[in-house]
Design a protein around this ligand. Sequence first.
Ligand SMILES: [Zn+2]
Length: 142
Amino acid sequence: MMVLKDLRCTACDQLFDDVYVDSNKPSPCPECGGERVTSWHTGQCPGVECSLVFKPLKVGNVTLHSKAQRDAWLKGVNKRMRRHGKGEVGLESDSPAKRKQDYDEIRHDTETRRKAAGISVQQTTEMTTEHKARKREAANAH
Ligand SMILES: [Zn+2]
């Protein structure tokens, strides 16, 4: 069981912040059964597994272009976390309550890291807006 972050339905365009899945594939959209892909709309993706569609992610001055780069970056973050006596980012869950608790902690850590890395909520919003604009262009081109 793992969490996929920031999924978007390719059919009805609905956004999903977090989805629990058993495999590393997103489950179909509960609304329309469409295929769901990673959209990065909250910018919170690093920290949990979400490897399907990797879009470049800006973290501070660094842009992560691939899952491998993100993993390497995350490794560095975890190293720092350990130095500060904190646990690693990851999911080891045995019950929904524990899972929720783990997830809340991860979410908090992600927030903290994002602040530390200088990614503001505004930037995240800009990313989303930009994404929407690109999509409009793509739609108009047809
Ligand atoms: Zn859908």
